[in-house]
Design a binder for this molecule. Structure first.
Ligand SMILES: O=C(O)CCC(=O)C(=O)O
Ligand SMILES: [Fe+2]
Length: 264
């Protein structure tokens, strides 16, 4: 975490070469206020985002400063992936799927997203991140030591207490779909504060964009029909980003009408 805080603290000139508004760049730094003039709520977040797979190719494009960034984040991403796969294997067992179901194709890719929320003079006018569910399988989040993450449960926003050295694990839409709604993706958001900057780092484990996502066959039958059609993950991602913040709308085109799911 320290190395990511150090990254955001570096003077602008040191980071400028990474700045890009092209979402297809493998490693980029950008900010949330690109649509400042038109957006309904203002967001208060700088983002460093980069792929972690395949590691040997991606790492060459990661930040070169702070000088230990690549070493520290390589270890973090390798260990984070191992933890993610262990959790997925436990979920596999809990769901009654065959061992290794999520290992390989469905969890092949990983993205690192570092969020930096500077102190905000009036937090009542901004959000760090809007309400959303993560689109991927699971997310391992290091939320640091400052309050800001909230989860929507029983009709209200609940603060997730930052615990020293603890990681937050979020179920994303991909896991909801593959488990045919047995596991629910968690709705969450980040709020700002006026006193201190907050930095968080998430590892987003997902399938590759070309992979086909669908409810696991062994979890569906005539009594429990598939609730979603099969689709390529990249098709879902482009729709998801256009619907950011609306969980049910983001899933809508991928849901099967009840009758159709019984027949198929
Ligand atoms: O910064 C946080 O606490 C939440 C980050 C998050 O939800 C995300 O990057 O998807
Ligand atoms: Fe998230």
């Amino acid at each position: 975490m320290n190395v990511v805080e150090e990254f955001f603290k570096m003077p602008m000139e040191e980071k400028a070469s990474l700045y890009s508004e092209d979402p297809n760049k493998v490693c980029r730094l950008y900010t949330s206020n690109i649509n400042y003039g038109t957006e309904k709520y203002h967001f208060w977040r700088d983002i460093l985002k980069h792929h972690c797979h395949p590691l040997d190719d991606c790492i060459k494009l990661w930040p070169q400063k702070p000088t230990r960034y690549r070493d520290v984040i390589r270890t973090f991403s390798v260990e984070g992936k191992k933890l993610g796969l262990t959790i997925l294997e436990l979920l596999t067992e809990g769901l009654g799927l065959e061992s290794g179901y999520f290992i390989k194709d469905l969890s092949e890719a990983m993205l690192l997203v570092a969020n930096h929320y500077p102190p905000c003079p009036d937090p009542s006018l901004t959000l760090g991140l809007p309400k959303h569910c993560d689109p991927n399988l699971i997310t391992i989040l290091l939320q640091g030591h400052t309050f800001g993450l909230q989860v929507f449960k029983d009709g209200q926003w609940i603060g997730v207490q930052p615990l020293p050295n603890a990681l937050v694990v979020n179920i994303g839409h991909q896991l909801r779909i593959v488990s045919n709604n047995k596991l629910k993706s968690a709705e969450h958001r980040a709020v700002t504060n006026s006193k201190v900057a907050r930095t968080t780092v998430g590892l987003f484990i997902s399938s590759s964009e070309e992979s086909i996502i669908e409810p696991a066959k062994s979890l569906t039958n005539a009594a429990q029909p598939p609730l979603y059609r099969a689709f390529r993950y990249k098709e879902f991602l482009s729709y998801y980003f256009s619907m950011m913040g609306d969980t049910e709308l983001a899933l809508q085109p991928f849901k099967l009408p009840f009758n159709q799911s019984v027949i198929s």
